[in-house]
Design a protein. Sequence first.
Length: 290
Amino acid sequence: MKILVIGAEGQVGTFLLRELASSQQVSGTSMNGVENLPRLDICDAAATNKYISEIRPQHVVLTAALTNVDQCEMEPAQAEAINVQGAENIAQACKIADAGLTYFSSEYVFKGEAGPYSEKDAPEPESVYGRTKLAGEKIVAALLENHLIIRTTVVFSYLPGSLNFFMQLLNRASRGEPITVPEDQIGNPTQARNLAQALGELIESGCTGIYNLVGTTRIGRYDFAKKVMDKLGYNPGEVKPVTTAELKQKAPRPLVGGLKTDKAQAMLKKHKLWDLDTALDYTIEQMKRG
């Protein structure tokens, strides 16, 4: 299958390129212009349609998005342009090219007061980011029959240069910097390679619709941080708990969040979703290999 990953310079896109390349003909684009990846501005409808029509992929994976939730809150027009209009541009181009589309969404489409959530639960986003991701979901589903909507959260890996939670903890611990983590946010940490493997299997199986692809362990962010520190050989006691309110962040966060994985686990045969210990053990080994 010929697969195009849009936003391949990001964490998820990086691992998708690595995993899909073993069994598929895969290529990628960059939002910002990265070495070896052609630049594609998804906000430019004409350029997007031209590129996809020339590449002629059978399936497109859209990971490109404005994912900084506080930035989205402060710059809603920019969030709308990238996460909603950009998604529509990609979906329209896929429709013309007769290509399937995977759209990456988030647990932020839920209010985060009654998690974990299944694919059938009604979304109720509270943040600009969550609202734009839900709008993107609806556009993709309306325009394309052959679509996958992937909801995920707290994606992490060993990836130097990335700002994922694992790397933030590793960098701060190695520099001896203070580490404060909210104790009232619950979710499902998700290993990036496992996410890429699972998505690859769903695409190959011809699955459509909404799937939650997250780690199977639902845990508080503070306890997750302590477990990471312990696995890295640092003192977990160095992690100091704070409340989300104390952080005074611009965008509201889902507190009692998390996603159910029953639907995906029942479908996946080769690449089951990992529990947190499996995910962290793999990540530590990945770090040791460099």
